[in-house]
Design a protein around this ligand. Structure first.
Ligand code: GDP
Ligand code: IMO
Ligand code: MG
Length: 428
């Protein structure tokens, strides 16, 4: 089973980083295939806590080769900050490989992200402000800068000139900002070239050869299904392919080589930023979930919106990703609730709808229809087998499994690396 994909099954922050770390010991390569430093993965190993944004979480496992695929957008300043911070903590990051076709986030992307959000006013998306959307827009618009462009100063200058020609008009005339000088961008990018040269290469060739040799490659998705540019709650999404198909396009490894597609879902739901969220709670239960689950963004520190588990969403994720397994995280957070509501369908303008509505306005109007399950009060943080769980917790997991349409192979019972129950092996 050499090609394994991890994707978020909800709105992000499901615990993908922890799931990647869990598999780390059996993995040879970990590939980030989408997004950039909008991601925030917290991984807890013993008494050490790591927050990763741009680098794949597999970088924390000795012996694993971390790869940044062509589908990623790279802020080079952030890249070196993150690498240096890990080196200072004694980690070996020397194996990192970056695809020559990955695109670069520059200063003008960060500026445009912020000014366009401000311009949208009430309609703003609540982006992370990292320049993600504008960098992907340039890629699709064929005016992006790729890693490989940095190694030819003439080409780099031409491309930056081309990209800035339109943008400076926009910045000055529409957004009332200063124009950005070509030299400022080119000099900044060139200052990294010597350090980047040994890392940048043909990541697709490397990964396909590893798979030919029977080695294990893990594709670690950033963001999540409901934030995917095609399958998410557009326009309240990120700008990349966060679903399983993105693992192929974002790495250069064909879909026939992907054997397991693992969705990560929380035992409840959260969302950061704007957009529809049918089970969102605005009462003390929502506040309770936020403080119990410590639901504050790893990247921006924003409080996450919280709500009950939404089964149609995860069923949708099972479908569009072709999930083979689910990892259900943060079950421990629900301990102490008398009853736990689970959304099983929606009421859309008086009509029962069982699946995620295709129409954006219907989804905006969708009110959750809940089924309630009995809670439990026993501490489950030490549970290491399914039978260790109280019967109410087991019933909750089994109900979610049935409603979600994918078997739950792993259950998270705490933030630590060992706080898991493995029901079915994720590898092999
Ligand atoms: P990611 O973006 O999907 O990698 O998730 P984040 O790291 O942004 O958010 C998940 C948070 O939940 C992190 O702080 C993890 O340490 C924590 N976490 C992961 N799994 C569990 C679990 O089973 N129980 C608890 N209590 N915390 C968990
Ligand atoms: P991980 O990988 C949760 C959200 C932002 C915003 C929208 C667009 O940690 O799960 P962007 O800056 O990407 O243009 O913002 O997407 N968002 C995330 N929400 N987890 C993430 O990553 C996210 N990455 C982006 O809050 O609503
Ligand atoms: Mg996160």
């Amino acid at each position: 089973m050499p090609g394994i994909v991890i994707v978020g099954a909800q709105w992000g922050d499901e615990g993908k980083g922890k799931a990647t770390d869990l598999l780390g010991g059996s993995i040879d390569y970990v590939v980030k295939f989408n997004g950039g430093n909008n991601a925030g993965h917290t991984v807890v190993i013993g008494d050490q806590k790591y927050a990763l944004h741009l680098l794949p979480s597999g970088i924390l496992t000795p012996g694993v080769t971390p790869v940044i695929g062509n589908g990623v957008v790279v802020d080079i300043e952030v890249l070196f900050h993150e690498l240096e911070a890990l080196v200072a903590r004694g980690l070996d990051v020397s194996r990192l490989v970056i695809s020559a076709n990955a695109h670069v986030i520059t200063g003008y992307h960060r500026t445009l992200d912020k000014v366009t959000e401000r311009f949208l006013g009430k309609r703003q998306i609540g982006t992370t402000g990292r320049g993600i959307g504008p960098a992907y827009a340039d890629k699709i618009n064929r005016v992006g800068i790729r890693m490989q462009d940095l190694f030819d100063e003439n080409i780099l200058r031409q491309k930056v000139e081309g990209a800035l020609e339109q943008k400076n008009h926009l910045l000055v005339k529409v957004y009332n900002r200063r124009a950005i000088a070509v030299d400022e961008i080119v000099d900044d990018l060139l200052s990294y070239v010597d350090r980047l040269r040994p890392m940048v290469g043909d990541a697709a060739l490397l990964l396909n050869r590893a798979l030919d040799r029977g080695e294990n490659v893990l594709f670690e998705g950033g963001q999540a299904t409901m934030l995917d540019v095609d399958h998410g709650t557009y326009p309240f999404v990120t700008s990349s392919s966060a679903t399983a198909g993105g693992a192929s396009t974002g790495s250069g490894v064909g879909p026939t080589r992907l054997d397991r597609i693992i969705g990560i879902a929380k035992a409840y739901a959260t969302r950061v930023g704007a957009g529809p969220f049918p089970t969102e709670l605005h009462d003390e239960s929502g506040e309770w979930l936020r403080s119990r689950g410590f639901e504050f963004g790893t990247t921006t520190g924003r409080p996450r919106r919280t709500g009950w588990y939404d089964a149609p969403i995860v069923r949708y994720a099972s479908r569009v990703n072709g999930l083979t397994d689910l990892v259900l995280t943060k079950l421990d957070v629900l301990t102490g609730l008398e009853r736990i509501p689970v959304c099983v369908a929606y009421d859309v303008d008086g009509e029962r709808v069982d699946e995620v509505p295709v129409s954006q306005s219907d989804f905006h109007h969708a009110a959750p229809i809940y089924e309630e399950f009995p809670g439990w009060s026993e501490d489950i943080s030490g549970a290491r087998s399914f039978d260790d769980l109280p019967s109410a917790a087991r019933d909750y997991v089994l109900a979610i499994e049935q409603l979600s349409g994918t078997r739950i192979s792993v259950i998270g019972t705490g933030p630590g690396r060992d706080a898991v129950i493995e029901r079915h092996p994720l590898i092999g």
